[in-house]
Design a protein around this ligand. Sequence first.
Ligand code: NDP
Ligand code: DGU
Length: 333
Amino acid sequence: MAPSSFKLNTGQEIPAVGFGTWQAAPGEVAKAVELAIKHGYKLIDAAYCYANEEEVGQGLKAAFDAGYAKREDIFVMTKVWNTYSSRVELGLDKSLKALGLDYVDLYLVHWPVGMNPNGNDDRFPKLPDGSRDILWDHDHVATWKQMEGLLKTGKTKGIGVCNYSKPYLEQLLAKADVVPAINQIENHPALPQQEVVDFCKEKGIHIVAYSPLGSTGGPLLQSEAVNKVAQRKGVSASTILLSYHDSTHADDNRPKTVARGATVLAKSVTESRIKANLEIVDLDAEDLKILNDYSDSLVKEGKVLRYVYPPFGINFGFPDKNEGRSLPNGFAG
Ligand SMILES: NC(=O)C1=CN([C@@H]2O[C@H](COP(=O)(O)OP(=O)(O)OC[C@H]3O[C@@H](n4cnc5c(N)ncnc54)[C@H](OP(=O)(O)O)[C@@H]3O)[C@@H](O)[C@H]2O)C=CC1
Ligand SMILES: O=C[C@H](O)[C@@H](O)[C@@H](O)[C@H](O)C(=O)O
């Protein structure tokens, strides 16, 4: 049986399946969050950068007012955006105000990068040539030190990161007093990211997989390997892509490689999909072999599919993206 939650290194329980809010447009995200909680989601993922936290907050309030859940039963996480990387408490205060909450369950670094806090836009400052206004001397470890300071404020119960590769995590852990509770990364059979997944497991950092369907429009739903498993199981391709993360050792005889034991976040503003995405099935060794063979072949051919890679121009240390400039305390190359 797939687990319904995982224990973090903070002692908190994080649900196995969560609800994403990126690109959920104003006008639809409040209802989507309310419906998600109504149908049983216990984890909501937000971010300052999504510019829709106020509506996410309205959805939370509507769900609480309707009695679908209590605040303490819902795990809420949000993220500090890059223009706030040197003022993380201000970033958190703004998110809490927008969400209408007095604490979040996890506060995350969204990307290990700083962007000009005094640039021409609050979220996406640009230079005259149209490129992002990056702080090239930004030290992502200094941001983490500020994150650690938040724990004593009571405004967040835990802290974590997103989009950290193994080399970046090594830099962070060398100077950290608090090990991140989670690393939220793009993860699916077409981007297994085994290097960072294994490293996180070794360090007690829980993986939260984003864009499990391949992000906008769910392109991975067309994958042949995924559909083959879906047919074997008599379920939809989306159920397979979501179950891929949650599968653990129901049966200890399974090869270790099948146990990802990660939390997965899926986004939808469509009620039928919101409901359907809660369905998790147990994948057996043969199912996982089909998916893992697909992953292995993409890795071997250098053809993994990374759908979310914003144009920062920075080398974040992911093996499939060895390009861009390095940051101090970042990827050494
Ligand atoms: N930390 C980070 O940097 C990142 C975090 N995230 C988080 O992860 C969440 C999930 O990732 P996201 O990139 O949104 O992409 P997903 O992989 O969740 O895919 C979302 C897309 O798939 C569609 N969809 C959802 N369910 C189904 C279904 N059952 N059948 C067919 N289509 C479906 C949605 O359409 P529709 O809504 O129209 O139904 C939408 O177009 C984000 O919303 C965000 O919270 C994501 C990216 C980066
Ligand atoms: O969380 C989702 C993604 O990371 C998203 O926040 C970024 O891709 C952002 O839109 C950007 O362009 O930098």
